[in-house]
Design a protein around this ligand. Structure first.
Ligand SMILES: [Zn+2]
Ligand SMILES: [Zn+2]
Length: 356
């Protein structure tokens, strides 16, 4: 116990360092650009150009810092602690767990609720349903659009363990909803865990993935902006003039040019990879897992190896994370759909698994 507390405190302390590093790097980049490079940005008729640069730089900086703050400070989402009490007032206990007196191992999972009988719900009424369902040991139902038959969320977990039993975290002593994984750094289960990111000292999961993606995208744009506006100046004046006449050998200017170029390139790859994951509705973990076990209506368990049951098509996949209101797509405000405990699944893929 003592060791656990020390380790947690240690991780928390060390985990802050990358965040401090990022903040210092941003502050330095702003200083180097605005106080070393920008004042000497003398183009012919440069008023409009330098004004445009000023506005664009500050816009990107505000969006990037805002997104960063949101991803650092927002909990990725953790599963509701479920005390599973079936109608017979015995608790559901997964295999491998010691049984206490008065607790019996119930058949698991409970009988399926036909999809057509699943209560409809939208974002607004999600909370009450969540409580009601969690009391029954099920996760909440969350629908993307009530009128879309093919976008129903599962009323109960689809994913199962290797032996067909319900996924359970022995470290948290709690059920694991679909797409939930345990983070060994945070020592908690995280809804739709993507990965633990040391640069934000937080897990990236269901509730903050949008902020994370906006953060890396705006950071990339910020770096690209700095790199290309500096390159424009170099090309305009010629390398020699920049070095000798305009700026001299200014450490901050040269370093910013190099650092922004390297960061822009790395982040470009990162943004592209995550764009691919978003369009196919996969997390980083899921893209590496390759296969998952799915329990179907007939209570059989299938190994979905080369299909992603959550893939609703690129457009719907995008809307799951960025929301239905296009005005808020690129603003770091909470617009992701659902509750993180259950997810809409592709009915065609589901049917194809039934036919296997
Ligand atoms: Zn856990
Ligand atoms: Zn974590």
């Amino acid at each position: 116990m003592m060791f656990g507390c020390t380790r947690r405190k240690c991780i928390r302390t060390v985990g802050v360092l990358p965040v401090v590093f990022v903040v210092c790097l941003v502050a330095w980049s702003y200083y180097a650009y605005m106080f070393r490079f920008y004042p000497k940005l003398v183009y012919p008729n440069s008023l409009v150009q330098s004004g445009l640069y000023f506005v664009l730089l500050h816009f990107l900086l505000v969006m990037f810092v805002w997104s960063y703050y949101r991803v650092v400070s927002t909990s990725p989402g953790h599963p509701i602690k479920i005390v599973a009490v079936p109608p017979s007032s015995t608790r559901l206990v997964p295999r491998g767990i010691e049984l206490n007196e008065g607790v019996r191992r119930a058949d698991y999972p409970p009988p399926l609720i036909p999809i057509s009988h699943v209560a409809d719900s939208n974002m607004g009424s999600g909370d009450s349903l969540l409580e009601e369902e969690s009391d029954r040991g099920y996760t909440a139902v969350s629908l993307h659009r009530e009128d879309d038959e093919d976008l129903r969320a599962s009323a109960r977990p689809l994913e199962t363990k290797r032996d067909g039993g319900r996924r359970f975290c022995t470290k948290c002593n709690n059920w694991k909803p679909d797409r939930t994984h345990h983070c060994s750094v945070c020592e908690k289960c995280v809804l739709k865990l993507d990965h633990h990111c040391p640069w934000v000292n937080n897990c990236v999961g269901f509730a903050n993935y949008k902020y994370f993606y906006l953060f890396v995208t705006y950071t990339m744009l910020y770096c690209l902006f700095i790199f290309f506006t500096m390159m424009g100046t170099i090309l305009w004046y010629g390398g020699d003039d920049l070095m000798k006449g305009l700026y001299g050998i200014d450490f901050h200017t040269i370093m910013l040019f190099i650092v922004s170029g390297i960061f822009a390139l790395c982040l470009l790859v990162f943004v592209a990879v995550h764009a691919g994951l978003i369009s196919s509705n996969k997390t980083t973990i899921e893209s590496m897992e390759g296969a998952r076990r799915v329990r179907l209506e007939d209570n059989s368990v299938r190994l979905a190896r080369h299909v992603n049951i959550y893939d609703l098509g690129a457009k719907e996949n995008f809307l799951q994370i960025f929301g239905a209101n296009w005005r808020l797509w690129f603003v770091p405000l909470p617009t992701s759909l659902g509750d993180g405990h259950s997810f809409p699944y592709n009915r065609e893929t589901y049917r194809s698994l039934l036919e296997v």
